[in-house]
Design a protein around this ligand. Structure first.
Ligand SMILES: [Ca+2]
Ligand SMILES: [Ca+2]
Ligand SMILES: [Ca+2]
Ligand SMILES: [Ca+2]
Length: 408
């Protein structure tokens, strides 16, 4: 209930700040009418009057209690480089409602007849006005180690979340989160599926958008990442759907899959004894551009070989491609008959339900419908694996997975 309230407040803030006339609106200041440029860069400023008039108050630090200015600010501007959460209540409490003011809105102020602001907090992402920067991830302890989906080796599936500010968070499955990196918005692929560096600890693989380079961030075994190492010198921007897969070749080393954009071919890049990638081999001769997501699921069919899920763009169907002893995929099988294009993320972190079978978590996008109405992004839905390699019906669990920029 509280979560829904926060979300509602955030959505309301978005509406108001685009100036829909709900009582508070963004106005482009003109020199004659307003003085919002009096607010120095690096500050949040509030005025006692509407439209940046009257006396001005300013701060460059979060303020839990506005004191003499409590419930006195009628217009404000955010000239800092971060989000300003403008709360109706003291002590940054989101429950009374809040507005998330974008960074660097020089010359644009919000104004209204009611003075209700009681505290102001500066944060790097809009999420943090109402909740933690990272999402709440919960998983059960699996009966045995699965070789992937577990950065810290506690048999609990964990998730890495990138926030809008490019920070990486390790969420171990207990609802908590820990910062493990920053500056990751320059990466347009994040994938992890086992141990590529050959030290028994799970690693993260990323592609750098600007250079097409592939980087390995070795896991330290605690959920943290060590110094990155180049494993692909360039050219990876010609590939799509780079997916760490687990072991398809049967040598016990994790492999990587990728689709060649120009040909629709599916290539496998085998992991080697040195933690680099060996010479690629063709495992799908064409047609893979018709898929808009690949998911390394681990062994869902129970034969000891890693298996792949793929989402068909045109139909929204989810297919299972079983790994075989020849190092290729067998005949595909339908796992989901449609609707899977309503998922922004397909998160494969192994068995999070604790029954020994790999599961799949998803986060919805704008296409996702609840009670017949679309437009419900940010919901976590958990699909439990069944012993046929397919999935049980999804369970919608948590609507607070919005405002993130990638999950692995
Ligand atoms: Ca874990
Ligand atoms: Ca490793
Ligand atoms: Ca299998
Ligand atoms: Ca399971």
């Amino acid at each position: 209930m509280q979560n829904r309230l926060t979300r509602g407040a955030a959505a309301f803030a978005g509406l108001v700040l685009t100036g829909t006339g709900l009582g508070l609106g963004v106005v482009n200041a003109t020199p004659a009418a307003a003085s919002s440029y009096d607010c120095p860069a690096g500050y949040f400023c509030g005025w006692s009057g509407e439209s940046a008039t009257g006396s001005m108050w300013k701060t460059s630090k979060s303020v839990a209690d506005l004191g003499a200015w409590d419930n006195k600010i009628r217009s404000y501007v955010n000239r800092t480089k971060v989000f300003a959460c403008v709360y109706e209540d003291k002590n940054y409490s989101p429950w009374g409602g809040y507005f998330a003011q974008d960074p660097n809105s020089a010359g644009e102020y919000s104004s209204g007849p009611d003075a209700t602001t009681s505290s102001i907090k500066f944060v790097h992402t809009e999420r943090e006005c109402g909740q933690t920067a990272y999402p709440g991830w919960y998983s059960e302890i699996a009966p045995k180690a699965q070789g992937f989906g577990d950065m810290n080796g506690d048999r609990r599936a964990d998730v890495i979340a990138r926030d809008d500010a490019g920070r990486l968070w390790f969420t171990p499955g207990t609802g908590t989160g820990r910062l493990i990196g920053s500056g990751f918005n320059g990466m347009n692929t994040l994938t992890r599926h086992g141990d590529l560096s050959r030290d028994g600890r799970e690693d993260l693989v990323t592609r750098e958008a600007a250079t097409g380079k592939l980087w390995l961030y070795p896991g330290t075994g605690t959920g943290s990442l060590g110094s990155r190492r180049l494993i692909g010198a360039g050219g990876w921007n010609s590939m799509s759907k780079i997916t760490a897969f687990g072991d398809l070749t049967g040598d016990g080393r994790s492999d990587l899959l990728a689709v060649e954009k120009s040909t629709g071919k599916l290539w496998l890049y085998p992991g080697t004894t040195t933690g680099t990638l060996g010479s690629r081999r063709l495992i799908g001769s064409g047609g893979w551009n018709s898929m808009n997501a690949l998911v390394g699921m681990g062994d869902v069919s129970g034969d000891g070989r890693a298996d792949l899920y793929a989402r068909e763009a045109a139909t929204g169907k989810l297919w299972l491609y079983p790994g075989t002893t020849t190092g290729k995929f067998g005949t595909r099988k339908l796992v989901g008959s449609g609707g899977w294009n309503a998922m922004a993320n397909l998160i494969s972190v192994g068995d999070f339900s604790g029954d020994g079978r790999p599961d799949l978590a998803t986060v919805t996008n704008e296409k996702y419908a609840i009670d017949g109405y679309v437009g419900n992004p940010g919901w976590l839905i958990k699909y439990l694996g069944r012993n046929t390699g397919t999935l049980a019906a999804g369970e919608r669990t948590d609507g607070e997975w919005w405002g993130l920029n990638g999950l692995a």
